[in-house]
Design a protein around this ligand. Structure first.
Ligand code: NAD
Length: 253
């Protein structure tokens, strides 16, 4: 039986991932604002510490995997909160659980977004997150930008962070990868669809394969990345978006 720590599994992609992992006879340690083994708010330092110490107590023998799914969408009105959860919360969890991953030569998967690869990211904000690792400054900066900048910027910074450390951690037996979903039918997407200003634009998203994705379609790719079958995957970003990224950026990969 393997042990996986998962953030953000009360609903959506994380809930589906938890269900699949447990159905395969493995154990999960879940972290979320509600309906989780460890109830913690990953937007705060105290919440992150509670999550990390809870996971360390629950799995002192080590972890086979850590998956940071918890995240907020671009239509959340508290833009600093998006930055805190999506970047600083995810980074703190993976970084702090490294020793537990090393113990079992485990695997980390971050949940990014296909919007992280779009060309209009706010690079100044990304730099403050990635290079300076300054949460207060990032939270202050985003106030004069937008929810989209917070969302795409935090996912871009997190993905670059993962790619920078993946080759280093690989030397200690830990593989890190990212999944970059496109529009997937979850409460997060529903919040966007219900938004009076952005709802129509989201309904108009082009998905070459047809419909929006399902949480299961994303979770299945995460399960693959956690498995032995993916033992040569390291530092990769897997777009699971029905072809949207290929449509918009055919020449970049
Ligand atoms: P969701 O809203 O169903 O799930 C997000 C989960 O994160 C929830 O369980 C929520 O309670 C938890 N969470 C939010 N804030 C938290 C906090 N402060 N502390 C702890 N947990 C917190 O949405 P989802 O679509 O399943 O999102 C999962 C991930 O997928 C997110 O990182 C999101 O950015 C990413 N993503 C989603 C889509 C999409 O279209 N659904 C597209 C690209 C990327």
């Amino acid at each position: 039986m393997k042990t996986y720590a998962i953030t953000g599994c009360a609903t959506g992609i994380g809930a589906e991932l938890k269900k699949i992992i447990e159905s395969q006879g493995n154990r999960t340690i879940s972290v979320d604002l509600k309906d989780a083994d460890i109830t913690a708010d990953l937007s705060t330092q105290e919440g992150r510490e509670k999550a990390i110490s809870g996971i360390c107590n629950a799995a002192p023998e080590g972890l086979d995997g850590v998956i940071t799914v918890a995240g907020l969408g671009p239509t959340v009105e508290d833009w600093p909160l998006i930055v805190s959860v999506n970047y600083f919360g995810s980074r703190a969890i993976i970084e702090s659980l490294k020793d537990l991953l090393v113990k079992k030569k485990g695997t980390g998967v971050i949940v990014s977004s296909n919007s992280a690869a779009l060309p209009n990211a706010n690079e100044d904000l990304v730099k403050v997150m990635l290079e300076e690792n300054d949460e207060e400054k990032s939270r202050e900066m985003i106030k004069s930008l937008s929810g989209y900048d917070a969302y795409a910027g935090s996912k871009l910074a997190l993905t670059r962070w993962m790619r920078r450390i993946a080759p280093v951690w690989a030397g200690e037996g830990v593989r890190l990868n990212a999944v970059a979903p496109g529009a997937t039918m979850t409460p997060l997407l529903q919040q966007g669809l219900d938004h009076p200003e952005y709802g129509d634009a989201i309904r108009g998203f082009t998905v070459p394969t047809g419909d929006f994705g399902t949480p299961e379609q994303i979770a299945n790719v995460i399960v693959f990345l956690l498995s032995e079958q993916a033992s040569f995957c390291c530092g990769s970003v897997f777009f699971v978006d029905g072809g949207t990224d290929a449509l918009f950026r055919p020449d970049q990969f």
